[in-house]
Design a protein around this ligand. Sequence first.
Ligand code: AMP
Ligand code: ZN
Length: 501
Amino acid sequence: MNYFDTYPLHITNSLTGQKERFTPVNPGHVGIYVCGPTVYSDVHLGNVRTFMMFDVATRYLRFLGYKVRYVRNITDVGHLENDADEGEDKIAKKARIEQLEPMEVVKHYTEGFHEVMRQFNILPPSIEPSATGHIVEQIEIVKKLLEKGLAYEVNGSVYFDVTKYDTLHHYGILSGRVIEELLESGRKLDSQDEKRNRIDFAVWKKASPYHIMRWPSPWGDGFPGWHIECTVMSTKYLGETFDIHGGGLDLKFPHHECEIAQAVGANGKSPVNYWMHSNMLTVNGQKMSKSLGNSFLPRELFAGTHKLLDKGYGPMTVRFFMLQSHYSSTLDFSNDALQAAEKGFKRLASALANVKKLAHSGNVTPDAKLSETLNGQVDALFNEMSDDFNTAKTLAVLFDMASRINDFKSGNTPLSSVSSEDFERFRKAYVAFMEDVLGLKEEETQNDALLEGVINVLIELRKKARQDKNFALSDKIRDELKARGVQLMDGKNGEMTYSID
Ligand code: AMP
Ligand code: ZN
């Protein structure tokens, strides 16, 4: 059973700028590669937005019936402080400052990353390869580029020759950058530079004597360039031409442009059919980033300890907030937006709990118009998601469905107005799009809030019972709560507090 023929998926391809009907290389199968984190620091909410977007895309591809292989790498070597191949390796620098082994840094932040992914209900990829686990393959492709004359060696480092490549292919195909302009802009090379042109990039870097992360190679001890790892790992696990490659918009240039050049240079084939880029999470209009000092960490968000927040928010509220905008738009993060999201999410979550409990008796007094509306809403869920993963519009349909659910629950609309088949289709779609496709589930803290509210109602009733000198009822409330692990404590002036065992 598949849905992809009935609701064909369309994706805006960054390569062409057009919305295109998605056709995988192997019918029924999808290969997707997403650039993972550089594990030298805690992930912030901007990173979370990008990984969440590709989580939803993967979930929906699977829901449509595709068999998906989702590869998301871990960058644990080769990402220098500066995209122009300058500065220290980010992980080696952190290890030096903290006096740790680089692999201790990698393990610590990889585990932290996994924990954050779990908190936001972002599913693990099918394969999570690391750059250091693929040094041999990276050396092989560097050799291939040298053989083809598309790279050159200087003092133990190897650089990709962008101008040479551009005479044979087209550098700038993804980002639209024009090579002549790139060559003219920015600083000129000086005699210290090893590169022939400033737009050339490292595919292999010589390790200085004190550099810890180093591997032997035909060019001496060194380490791979940042872009080469993704070319190697994506083609190794998904093939020389695969379906979808994603990442944040900031990776389009130079990272993804360089990946294309390396793959086309080495294999003579365009590596990716659909490039997808998700837009940035911003704070006051500025990209959230560690280096700009405006990043929010997930734990600051949950605890509400960040200076821009009034209180803490649960991960599902944040997930809902992020999915309320289309991935191609920027999204601004603020306390007000989160407050609104909290309300909206509660509405959808309570409809989710309610729709699971509704039971159709089997009796029907048909209302054809209502059946048509419900079926139309189910189709709309698919159509919106199949329209370039439009989570914002999908959520709008879920809100309409939630109103219907509330009407069924209150009895305003009897369930018998629709057939049990139509109702089941509607119910299943609401639950599946919430839980399986969008990955939204009840906020754990929402149950806590509910429990607190209910206990407070009982406390008020007990106070009233005491005022009325109805001690039998007052004791009953205290004892019944105690039997369930809730201790009521009588304070001064008739106040009552409680604790839970
Ligand atoms: P990094 O750890 O820097 O390699 O980034 C991991 C992923 O997060 C990449 O796909 C980036 O494009 C993405 N990313 C970084 N900052 C943001 C942001 N402010 N909003 C959305 N995605 C981001
Ligand atoms: Zn990458």
